[in-house]
Write a protein that binds this ligand. Sequence first.
Ligand code: SAM
Length: 264
Amino acid sequence: MAFDKYRHYENSVQTPEEHVRIFESMFFQIRRKEALRLREDFCGTFLISCEWIKSNKLRTATGIDLDPEPVAFGRKHSYSKLTSTQKRRLDLRLQDVCVPTPDKHEIIGAGNFSFNIFKDKKALKKYFSAARRSLTPDGIFVLEMAGGPGFIAKGREQKTYTMPGLGKFTYYWDQKSFDPITHFGTYAIHFKDRHGVMHKDVFTYDWRVWSIPELREVMLECGFKDTKVFWEDPGPDGSGTGEYVAMEKGDNAFAWIAFVVGIK
Ligand SMILES: C[S@@+](CC[C@H](N)C(=O)[O-])C[C@H]1O[C@@H](n2cnc3c(N)ncnc32)[C@H](O)[C@@H]1O
């Protein structure tokens, strides 16, 4: 059987139930009510959207991606497992995230650092402005980002998984290059499959590594009223609780993930 890159990606990189929990918690912390309408930007196989609509029968989701290939994979797999009423609450759009959607959303979320594809401020502003226009009046725009010295240092991390249907396989995250002058970085994901066959550069990323203050400033320039940074609550022993809370000072971790939120 041919190597199935999206199944390996979904089973190593993604934890959609965590994103749903984090998105709903951030909206509740900011608006003190439950969010029902999500737009998942750069949705790929749209796992978060599927999880969102399964989490509450009133919830709707719109997944947006330019590439028909991962969306077709999602339709064949996750979408086909949804009930007919769940399917009716899910809208999939093959389009550029820089074009506003006619329907409005309480949360627009972009997972796994995908907005780093925008290499300059002009491109980033086009995206942020389009997202702002696609929010409800009380909507929030959530960017998942990563940083710290451990995110720009050259190096490779690996983790082995055993999953039904895929067997034992290894995921590699490869930080290939980073330029401190431009902040351009190249990254790749490789997999070694259950048969020990190495699949190199299965996914590659050519990014600009934006900083938190840059994102906050650009959000304000695009008309967002306020911004917040949700940083992982370190917990009593400092090892991280998996809960993200709004903070104005972070610990200087070697590598971190945070959520930068624009408030309409
Ligand atoms: C790293 S994948 C993200 C997959 C998944 N959302 C996740 O969190 O792991 C990035 C996706 O962004 C899509 N993409 C890139 N530029 C885009 C754009 N301007 N508008 C919409 N989708 C875009 C690509 O087709 C790709 O599927």
